[in-house]
Design a protein. Structure first.
Length: 467
């Protein structure tokens, strides 16, 4: 089993990897299929119009998560990594006004978001809670091509056929890739580390370098951290009300200014590290909620936890350097790959335990590693962090990744640092294995009522409004 670090950490825009980045990617993928010769069509038939319908969780919270906006952007030929957040609204407004799109390499297609983009809450697709149907029509309104895709968390998009292969083999987009250290669970990971004498980051690096040169790997890792850091910095500089209608005000800048003032006075503050952690995480998730540029870590809804812990490492540990940042990310990706392979990182599938819980486990593992932890201590750190997110529901108020998501990332970061600290003070031996915690998360997600899986039909999503 091999999931690249770049499968887990994807640069894109907010507010959701499943609901924004996934649909945008799916729309762009559908455009590519239109141009392919892999589907039969009547002689002389030409695509005149395109359309899409969103199902399940995408339909229920699509507007709040910007899924409708993402489809429009995707139909213009954009993909998450090359979208300028500052230009996105004007692009959507132009398509809405002109009722057409002209993707690069394509003719102009009729596309009216008001009628050609449907949020279908009545017809769930069987494969996954985040299902999408795409259509291509001729001038006579005949369907020439229909494709179904699923957004399965973290920006991953798969077809129906690919989803079936994943369910059968447990792999995601990596069939056929062979690496020197192909661990699919924590038991295998620790056994390989013991036999080889390598750290988790070293094994992950060797796996990555099987398919890319070291210079390219390090450059990609540095780009990931630069995007994370840029998101924190921008979040700390912004003020005002976040979009969506809840009228939630940004707080990160104001809190940051207060902390800076306390810092300059050199006044003792036992909670200082926690305060900085929280502000860094909130800055990222406020940016994400506003549709800014973020990195899936492993999802957009959980994008603040890991960068906050990494920024904390740089802030409070003088030994931190560029190599340690890379080791942090490689270690975190190794843990994230195990979680995704054996459970899920999708809030629509297993609740927020799969998003912030996974992010906290990845961050705890990364921090423990760069603090000098053994592979056993790193695995312990990840387990502690994940265990104490088990059962967490995904219940965004108004379908927006604002309440409770922003503060939830802050607390996930605090738990990650605590988990790493506890683990590194032990010898790596512990009662609950990481694999058991991951399997428990999977089972808990399967048992969880659908109302608590990113539909905004239960939990805080309904009770806050009632109060």
């Amino acid at each position: 089993m091999f999931l690249s670090v770049f499968d887990l950490f994807k640069i894109g825009i907010g507010p959701s990897s499943s609901h924004t980045m996934g649909p945008m990617t799916a729309a762009a993928r559908f455009l590519a299929e239109i141009l392919s010769d892999d589907w039969p069509r009547p002689a002389g038939a030409k695509v005149s119009r395109v359309g899409a319908s969103l199902h399940g969780s995408l339909a229920y919270t699509g507007v709040g998560h910007g899924s409708d906006r993402a489809i429009v952007l995707g139909f213009t030929g954009l993909v998450p990594v090359n979208v300028d957040p500052d230009e996105a609204d004007s692009i959507v407004a132009k398509v809405t006004a002109e009722k057409r799109v002209t993707p690069p390499g394509h003719p102009t297609y009729h596309f009216d978001p008001a009628t050609d983009l449907v949020l279908d809450k009545k017809t769930p697709l069987k494969g996954h809670a985040n299902g999408m149907s795409f259509y291509a029509y001729d001038a006579g309104n005949r369907v020439l091509l229909r494709r179904i895709y699923y957004s399965i968390g973290g920006g991953f998009v798969v077809s129906e056929e690919e989803l079936q292969r994943i369910k059968q083999r447990g792999s995601v987009t990596t069939e056929g890739k062979k690496v020197p250290y192909p661990f699919k669970n924590a038991v295998e990971m620790l056994a390989m580390a013991k036999r080889s004498g390598l750290s988790i980051a070293e094994m992950k690096r060797i796996n990555e370098e099987t398919y890319m040169e070291r210079e390219k790997l390090d450059g990609g890792l540095d780009d990931i951290w630069a995007a994370m850091k840029g998101c924190i910095d921008r979040g700390l500089s912004q003020e005002g009300i976040m979009p969506g209608g809840l009228k939630v005000r940004r707080r990160a800048r104001q809190l940051h200014d207060k902390l800076q003032e306390e810092w300059s006075r050199n006044r003792p503050n036992p909670l200082l590290a926690n305060d900085w952690l929280s502000i860094y995480a909130m800055a990222v998730n406020e940016e994400n909620a506003a549709g800014g540029r973020v990195v899936t870590a492993p999802t957009n809804g959980a994008a603040g936890t890991l960068p906050a812990v990494l920024r904390y490492w740089l802030h409070f540990h003088p030994e931190a350097d560029q190599d340690s940042i890379r080791d942090f990310l490689l270690t975190a990706a190794a843990i994230g790959g195990i979680i995704k392979t054996n459970a899920s990182i999708s809030g629509a599938e297993v609740g927020c335990q799969g998003e912030v819980g996974s992010a906290s486990a990845m961050a705890a593992a990364g921090l423990c590693a760069v603090m000098g932890g053994t592979p056993e201590q790193v695995e312990n750190a990840a387990e502690i962090a994940l265990e104490h997110h088990l059962g967490m529901t995904c219940d965004p108020v108004g379908g927006l990744v604002q309440v409770p998501c922003i503060e939830r990332n802050a607390l996930g970061a605090v738990k990650a640092v605590t988990a790493a600290s506890l683990a590194i003070k032990g010898d790596g031996q512990h009662f609950v294995p990481l694999d058991a915690a991951i399997e428990t998360m999977r089972q808990t997600g399967a048992d969880m009522n659908e109302r608590y899986k990113e539909t905004s039909l239960g939990g805080l999503a309904v009770n806050v409004v009632e109060c």
